[in-house]
Design a protein around this ligand. Sequence first.
Ligand SMILES: Cc1cc2nc3c(=O)[nH]c(=O)nc-3n(C[C@H](O)[C@H](O)[C@H](O)COP(=O)(O)OP(=O)(O)OC[C@H]3O[C@@H](n4cnc5c(N)ncnc54)[C@H](O)[C@@H]3O)c2cc1C
Length: 325
Amino acid sequence: MWRAHATDPELRRRGSSGGVLSALAAWNADTTGGTGHAVAGCPVQPRRTVPVTITSKQEALAAASSRYAPVAAARDVREMRAADVVTGKPCEVAAMRAMNDSESPLMLSFFCAGSPSQDATDDLIRDLGGEPEALRRLWYRGDGWPGRFTAQMEDGAEVSTTYAQSWGRALGPSVSWRCRCCGDGMGESADLVAGDLWETDDRGYPSFAEQEGVSVLVARTQRGHAAALAAERDGAIHLEPVTVDEVLAAQPAQVARRKLLWGRLLPTLLMGLPVTRYKGFDHVVQALRRPRAVRDEVLGAAARLRRRGYDWAGGRIRPVLARLR
Ligand SMILES: Cc1cc2nc3c(=O)[nH]c(=O)nc-3n(C[C@H](O)[C@H](O)[C@H](O)COP(=O)(O)OP(=O)(O)OC[C@H]3O[C@@H](n4cnc5c(N)ncnc54)[C@H](O)[C@@H]3O)c2cc1C
């Protein structure tokens, strides 16, 4: 694990945190002439996010930063397997890894709290006084760390808000239930995974004060480790060691999600909804270690699901209970 950032100031500034993932994609294009895959704003409909191919630093720069909206980064599997580097959400790289292909590309991912809905983007632009249909460009973050949500209209006018407001109030709350029940927020299947290395205050809350971007970079495979060191040797990224405790302190929400996962999976299952099977995530053991916190999570998750119109065992238990009464 490293504290990391792109050495190129433009990539560092434009990237979501330290610009490391974009620097790795640009480095791959420069050194091997290889192709990468990532996502970016759609040139035709800027509020949409689409998969893109990266063959140069300029393309990596255009695709840099987080897009908090739905997109299938791993849409064309054949094309993806032909690439040298692929960047995707943890669920997308997990799907690619499950194909168990020895020819697989180097898989880059990021810590992920889930994909917000497209409507959340459109509503936020409207709330800020902009017009989603008249958009020229849209940045969810970047241009600093964390940078601002900024929508630029065709007539040059701009509306923007802070990361805390855009993610915390508008985008984050629209994350799907599937994402809320995800145990893999830290990219277990990737070769290399990056996240925000937030500084935290005395109470453990991350600080979103603007500063130069810093990512945590985690090598999860020998191949990822070798790639990170090679990119550092070639001067593409800067790496400094960081401890596991520092990383966990910067990511309290990801830590809680991992420990309490069963508290969300259980009511989801009991309400007759499909759940993802997580092998090797130890979520039952984690739950047994903190029964009260998991009970609260179960009750909270059940209440949320009921508000969405779901019922225990898909509504099959209610008639049985009524007959018993
Ligand atoms: C939906 C979402 C949720 C996130 N949740 C967290 C979190 O909980 N904690 C945390 O620390 N970090 C989270 N991040 C990641 C964080 O915002 C940064 O991406 C990460 O810190 C790496 O930064 P970087 O500057 O090194 O990457 P960059 O250099 O900015 O590169 C980011 C790469 O990710 C690709 N990308 C952007 N959006 C998407 C997308 N929606 N789907 C697929 N690929 C995409 C870009 O094309 C680019 O290649 C999230 C990102 C997204 C998109």
